[in-house]
Ligand binder design. Structure first.
Ligand SMILES: [Cu+2]
Length: 116
């Protein structure tokens, strides 16, 4: 019931930060539309987790997440980068989130997330 698909490229990063709470986006967009020429991104995977720590200055977030098959990860607590630092202002330690993660230039990155 909470499924919507839309294209990353059409959703500007700033738009995302304001839309995040209103959108129920279980993303499943591919990566073909990723427009930044210098970056490479693997298939994304939706996952859920609990925020452990938010480091806005470093643009990082620590998440205790469930298994993410496409990234070959079991449940663990780990640090992710985020695609847009503004995303970090929407969550705090203790929040339960759903997120989409992938690798951008080799770095595990949360592309989208929302509280649940
Ligand atoms: Cu992990």
């Amino acid at each position: 019931m909470m499924r919507k698909t839309f294209c990353y490229a059409t959703v500007a990063l700033l738009a995302w930060s304001t839309m995040a709470l209103a959108q129920s986006a279980s993303n499943h967009a591919g990566h073909h539309q990723h427009g930044m020429s210098s970056s490479t991104m693997t298939t994304t995977q939706s996952a859920s987790g609990v925020v452990k720590r938010v480091d806005i200055g470093a643009g990082k977030i620590t998440v205790d997440h469930g298994p993410i098959k496409s990234l070959s990860m079991d449940a663990m607590t780990m640090v992710f980068r985020v695609k847009d630092p503004a995303m970090l202002k929407q969550v705090k330690a203790g929040d339960r989130i759903n997120f989409d993660a992938g690798r951008i230039n080799g770095a595990l990155t949360i592309l989208k997330m929302k509280k649940r």
